[in-house]
Design a protein around this ligand. Structure first.
Ligand SMILES: [Zn+2]
Length: 329
């Protein structure tokens, strides 16, 4: 293959993420396991992004929060066992009411803190609603695509009822105006799962992507929950449509990935290009009649494996290639 002889000319900057993350990739809707020191695993860093938006950085995932006069809005809540630490970190930034949680998808490492955080919050309800529904107003709203609710409620070991979305949408978007800012929750069909949302903070000019976009490894295609590789590429293109870079293609709209470092449009373009190139290599091999074994032997991800690949853990390079092969066959 010509492309295997050509060394990748794309940037090969050192991966600044902790490689420990690769061993910690936790995606299942059910139980999770991880290694590393408990204290290190529980650390949550705080990074101001721009406008009203902050990125909270956990060992294996990111949380986005927007704070302002009306209170706090949170996108994703890490694993259940980090709930108290996450709540304490949020409270360092704001003691305002927690009004909204948005779950970008159903996985337990993104929704584990929903119950604790929602119960620490409250939403705005009044008049007849308060009379008719006893606990209306007593917890924060949990917004998600309806497939998240279906997936969470059908899980073998579901998270508690209090973690489930309370405000689902089934159209292509849901919109909230909060803290003086339009917040758009945009469904990305059949991508990482069948219930992915990206969250666009229009005034702050920040997009929170969930696990559609990562800087730490190849994207996980949760085919059991309706995920597809092409859907991930489509969702990345949607993010690129929404982002506007500033001078010299740097900065501008900032992008918070599901895992890894803070990014801008150029980072998403690089990732989208990589996934497109890998797709086209596998498509070419399929067109030549290659078997799965032959595709794996051709190593269609070779030039990216140093940065994104994994030989062990819950999402190896072999699993990644196999999933694409099966989707395209
Ligand atoms: Zn996920």
């Amino acid at each position: 293959m010509d492309w295997l002889n050509v060394r990748n000319q794309r940037r090969t900057v050192a991966n600044i993420q902790s490689c420990a993350l690769l061993a910690v990739c936790l995606w299942g809707v059910g139980a999770v396991a991880y290694d590393g020191g408990a204290e290190a695993q529980a650390e949550i860093g705080v990074l101001p992004v721009q406008g009203n938006v902050y990125m909270l950085v956990g060992a294996d995932g990111n949380v986005t929060i927007q704070v302002g006069e009306e209170g706090v809005l949170i996108v994703d809540t890490l694993r259940e066992e980090l709930s108290d630490r996450l709540l304490a970190t949020i409270r360092e930034l704001s003691d305002g009411p927690i009004r909204y949680l948005i779950s970008t998808h159903a996985h337990a490492d993104n929704t584990g803190g929903n119950a604790t955080i929602a119960q620490a919050g409250s939403n705005i309800a009044g008049g007849n609603v308060l009379g008719a529904i006893a606990d209306a107003g007593e917890t924060a709203k949990i917004i998600a695509h309806e497939n998240v609710l279906i997936s969470m409620s059908a899980a073998e070991t579901p998270l508690p009822f209090a973690a489930w979305p309370t405000d689902t949408y089934f159209t292509d978007r849901k919109e909230v105006f909060f803290n003086g800012e339009a917040v758009q929750v945009l469904h990305q069909p059949a991508a990482h799962t069948d219930g992915d949302s990206i969250v666009f903070f229009r005034r702050s000019d920040v997009i929170s992507t969930g696990d559609i976009f990562l800087t730490t490894h190849y994207p996980y295609i949760d085919r059991d929950n309706g995920g597809t590789y092409q859907g991930i590429i489509d969702a990345l293109n949607r993010i690129i449509d929404l982002t506007v870079p500033a001078d010299r293609q740097e900065g501008g709209t900032m992008v918070i990935p599901g895992q890894g470092r803070l990014c801008d449009e150029a980072d998403v373009v690089e990732y989208r290009d990589m996934l497109t190139i890998i797709r086209d290599r596998i498509r070419y091999l399929l067109g030549q009649g290659a078997s799965l074994r032959e595709v794996l032997d051709a190593r269609p991800t070779l030039d990216y494996d140093g940065r994104y690949g994994a030989d062990s853990g819950s999402w190896t390079t072999v699993q990644f290639i196999t999933a694409i092969y099966e989707e395209m066959s």
